[in-house]
Write a protein that binds this ligand. Structure first.
Ligand SMILES: *[C@@H]1O[C@H](CO)[C@@H](O)[C@H](O)[C@H]1NC(C)=O
Ligand SMILES: *[C@@H]1O[C@H](CO)[C@@H](O)[C@H](O)[C@H]1NC(C)=O
Ligand SMILES: *[C@@H]1O[C@H](CO)[C@@H](O)[C@H](O)[C@H]1NC(C)=O
Length: 200
């Protein structure tokens, strides 16, 4: 009984605490500004807390440099638009923590590495466009569970393995996967194993 009261009290205290989001957002912005070259000073004026819905709209803004894991702290983000810049390096797996994300557009950059399987946690995601980068590795099978996904584009990369066909992937056409010379598929459900074949 006493334990229960104690845990209720604890819960109340947690609820009553002021949100620490402002600090987290400050951290994320600071980290991004340090990592990314921003000749037009677009990051200086961007404050995700001042726009509703919480949006990062920095497409075609001449940004170069690397994405930072701290971006995963911007938990209110619904739109992360960083397309048509010159960003390089890997996509941080931490972006999979952006649970409110509806749209993630990183197309036409110079990103390398693989597509983070953590994206399968973005259950609100409708638009995922990663086309026109230099991404390698497989399309994470886990992404097929993204039930809200409407647009998925990984064309013009260097992905390999087979194209998933189950779940939301049953809707996507070949266009979504074009110009990945090592990508095979669509996989034959039940006949060919997903991870077969040379894909490094
Ligand atoms: C992409 O990055 C590589 C270095 O990793 C660089 O050599 C190349 O010029 C970049 N491509 C563009 C279009 O900037
Ligand atoms: C999805 O989120 C849960 C809980 O935060 C975490 O334990 C899990 O590792 C994540 N999944 C992936 C594929 O990263
Ligand atoms: C694939 O590459 C060719 C040649 O670069 C280009 O013309 C075509 O538009 C590309 N397809 C897609 C879907 O981007």
């Amino acid at each position: 009984m006493a334990l229960r009261i104690l845990s209720h009290l604890l819960l109340l205290i947690i609820i009553a605490l002021p949100p620490i989001n402002a600090n987290l957002e400050g951290d994320a912005l600071y980290a991004l500004r340090r990592s990314v070259n921003d000749p037009e000073n677009v990051l200086q004026s961007w404050d995700p807390t001042l726009v509703d819905p919480c949006t990062c709209d920095l497409g075609n803004a001449k940004l170069s440099g690397k994405l930072v894991p701290e971006l995963g702290k911007l938990e209110c983000l619904q739109y992360l638009e960083l397309y048509m810049n010159n960003l390089m390096g890997p996509i941080p797996a931490e972006l999979g923590k952006l649970k409110s994300l509806v749209s993630l557009d990183l197309y036409h950059n110079n990103l390398t590495g693989s597509i983070p399987p953590s994206f399968s946690n973005l259950s609100n995601l409708k638009f995922l466009r990663l086309n026109g980068n230099r991404l390698t590795g497989r399309i994470p099978r886990e992404l097929t569970k993204l039930g809200n996904l409407k647009i998925f584009d990984v064309s013009n990369n260097n992905l390999c393995g087979t194209i998933p066909t189950s779940g939301s992937f049953s809707k996507f056409t070949q266009e979504s996967f074009m110009n990945n010379t090592r990508l095979e598929g669509p996989e034959l459900m039940g006949f060919v194993r997903y991870d077969i074949g040379g894909c490094k």
